[in-house]
Design a protein around this ligand. Sequence first.
Ligand code: SF4
Length: 411
Amino acid sequence: MKSDVYYFTARTNNHEESLSKVKGPLALENIGFNSKVNNGDKVVIKTHFGALENVRYLRPCYIRFLCDHVKTLGGVPYVAESCGWGAPEEITGIHTEYSGRAGEEEYLEVAKMHGFTEDTMGAKLLMLDGRVGINNIKHSINGKRFNEVLVAGRLKEFDHMVLATHFKGHAGAGFGGALKNLGIGCVSKGGKVQAHMGKKFEFDFNAPISDYETCLKICPTNALREGPDGKLIRDEKKCRYCYMCKSVCKNNVIDTGSSTQEEFIIQMVDNAAGVVDYYGKNKIYYLNYVIDVTWQCDCTGGSDVPFVSDIGILSSLDPVAVDQSAVDLIHLSFMNPHSILGDIGNISKEKPNEWFSYTPRFDPETHELDLNSNGKESKHWEVQLRAAEDIGLGSRDYNLIEVNIESKKKN
Ligand code: SF4
């Protein structure tokens, strides 16, 4: 069955057509949000504050106007993210590649630098998986690779969730949209690690305890301790699967395995299915902001120039349809010759073209970033959409309904 997707163009001629104040709230209204919010309902707006040094994340004003809209309906807005990989600097005192997003304290500093504060949002900010990413709920699913997902624990505090997603590329997932915001953004720190690596979590219990010293110190739940024989013991009941121990493991005594790009995508989609199943399909509203479409995700410090022009906002109750429609509109767009796609050889630069088949990706052998200068095709974007449809998250078939603000004003 086809799902409805509402489309609001990024083109604006005056403030009455503003993408932030007018079209964002209207995109929610069109998917029935307004009539669902009761007085005092808590509404969490899940977005991405952007990694340190990233400059292509969603501008804070887009989210602020959504918060204001929630208030006009009598709801109480909250703006949320979740903790990134690794151990926060407040615990380790060490600056690593994960620094800046590993815990609430440091991530809210980055958020402040990027313009997201309680003052600018008019709403409280929080990490859905708690202060250091260990607040999670194990939710059972019948996934393709996972039968249990670590859903971000604070989700249960909210009556509704608006998934306000910056739609862009992603070297691992093929693209980053609503599905990724669910499958990576709405799981705990450990859920992110599991999506990327799989579920392997093995200790070399025969290694001398001196090799475990850092891991022992880092564990936020005291799940690790030295046993009577001088070997390491992990208490399964206490472990919150944050993998902070792994992130500081210098001696390779903890092995969390690795996954191929396809496995990562399927695992991410399993996570997304777990989040939706746990939280409730009818309580989630999807907004894709298809603007600043770079090949990189907001979770990297790199922010290349967009490879297509801004497209606008897409809204739907179906995460697969909203992502499929964004991909399709991008593939119908003119390519920016001054972007990464202009540098790539052996591809037609004419539209339409499946641009996401040519954006940089991780090399399947080395897991290193491949800028794809020789123009090899890779359809990982389609793997993601197909997996999401297969698992029942939604439909790739949709009705695109363009909403014209001018005609709305006349009615
Ligand atoms: S033992 Fe478990 S709770 Fe402790 S740091 Fe490792 S993954 Fe986290």
